[in-house]
Structures are given as structure tokens and as C-alpha cells.
Design a protein around this ligand. Structure first.
Ligand SMILES: Cc1cc2nc3c(=O)[nH]c(=O)nc-3n(C[C@H](O)[C@H](O)[C@H](O)COP(=O)(O)O)c2cc1C
Length: 167
């Protein structure tokens, strides 16, 4: 399958353990700052979060670019025990406008993701994407209201809108 630019798009989700015990978007600001320009260059989009000192990341892009990223990720000493849970070809990206986002999560989403990240969980891409997209939709809604109240321009959500995660 191909996206609107005619590329084949694949999506993968992995979990790993943070060496520094990262639990917030602030704690991974170095990673996000590195990821975003690379991903913009490579046409990679996705979502990254950290819960209980473990990362979960959904990445999507052309197969070659995903292979390159996975090769870099497995060599990165900021995390260990990287486990790819699912990789598949998709018709559409789940996070088309995000070079890499770490959304603000509420307790229910954190609980869902925590359960899915357990070693014995059969969770796959759709299970992870659900709570992440819910968090994103809520964030966009809040931004929309804030901008409407302030009389600002109509919102177009982007990485610049990011707030700090609550996990
Ligand atoms: C949890 C985690 C997520 C990361 N996500 C990305 C990403 O989405 N894109 C990216 O280019 N690098 C990402 N990185 C950084 C890469 O592992 C790597 O350091 C970076 O791509 C630069 O690689 P290079 O020094 O070989 O060029 C991530 C690292 C960690 C620990």
C-alpha cells in the first residue's frame, strides 16, 4: 500500500527500557530534539512516550528509512531490551503531522499503555495507537479552545504544541 506521495508506508511499535529511568517528555527532550530533524528529513512520523522507565514508540515511514532507524535505535545506549512488537504495511499513517510527539497522557491512557507494555501482553500496533491518538485528539481540542478564546488563528496541531507528559 502507498501513502498520498506514492510511498509504501510501514508502521512499527517497540518497547525498550530507559537506562536513565526516564518518565517524562522533559526527561527525553534530548531524544526528541535529535529525532525530529532526522525524522523530518527521512519522512518518518510517530509518537514516543515513557512510562515506568520504559519507552514505547510508534514509528511510520518508508521501509528503508524504518530499517535505518531501527539500526540506529538498537545501537543507542540510552535504552536496552528493545523489543519490536509488531511491524506492518499500512494504507495511512496514524500520526501524519508529527515528526515525533510525546503527548500528554491521563491516568486511563497510562494504565492502558502500562498493561500493553507488560512482557506477557499480546498488544500490537492498534492497541498502542488507540490511547496515543485519544491523547492527541484531546490535546488538539484544548489547543483549539485556547486559540478560539484568545482570538488567535485557527489551529493546525504540530510538534510545537507539545506539553509535558504526566506519567
Ligand atoms: C527511545 C528513543 C527513541 C528515539 N527515536 C528516534 C527517532 O524517532 N528518530 C531518530 O532519528 N532518532 C531517534 N532516536 C535516536 C537514535 O537512536 C540515534 O541516536 C539518532 O538517530 C542519531 O543516530 P546517529 O548518531 O547514528 O546518526 C531515539 C533514541 C531513543 C533512545
Amino acid at each position: 500500500m502507498q501513502d498520498s506521495k506514492g510511498w509504501t508506508v510501514e508502521q512499527l511499535v517497540y518497547v525498550s527500557r530507559s537506562v536513565r529511568g526516564v518518565n517524562s517528555a522533559i526527561g527525553m527532550s534530548d531524544i526528541l530534539a535529535e529525532a525530529r530533524p532526522n525524522n523530518a528529513r527521512d519522512g518518518i512520523t510517530g509518537c514516543l512516550t515513557a512510562i515506568d522507565g520504559r519507552f514505547v514508540q510508534v514509528v511510520e515511514g518508508e521501509p528503508d528509512k524504518l530499517d535505518d532507524l531501527v539500526n540506529r535505535l538498537v545501537r543507542d545506549e540510552r535504552h536496552t531490551e528493545l523489543r519490536v512488537l509488531e511491524r506492518r504495511t499500512v494504507a495511512e499513517r496514524a500520526f501524519p503531522q508529527w515528526d515525533m510527539l510525546s503527548p500528554v497522557l491521563v491516568t486511563a491512557e497510562i494504565d492502558d499503555l502500562r498493561r500493553l507494555m507488560r512482557d506477557d501482553s499480546p498488544g500490537g500496533l492498534d492497541d498502542f495507537i488507540g490511547p496515543l491518538q485519544t491523547a492527541l485528539a484531546r490535546q488538539s481540542e484544548v489547543l483549539h479552545e485556547a486559540r478560539t478564546l484568545s482570538g488567535g488563528p485557527p489551529p493546525e496541531a504540530s510538534n510545537d504544541d507539545e506539553a509535558v507528559q504526566t506519567a
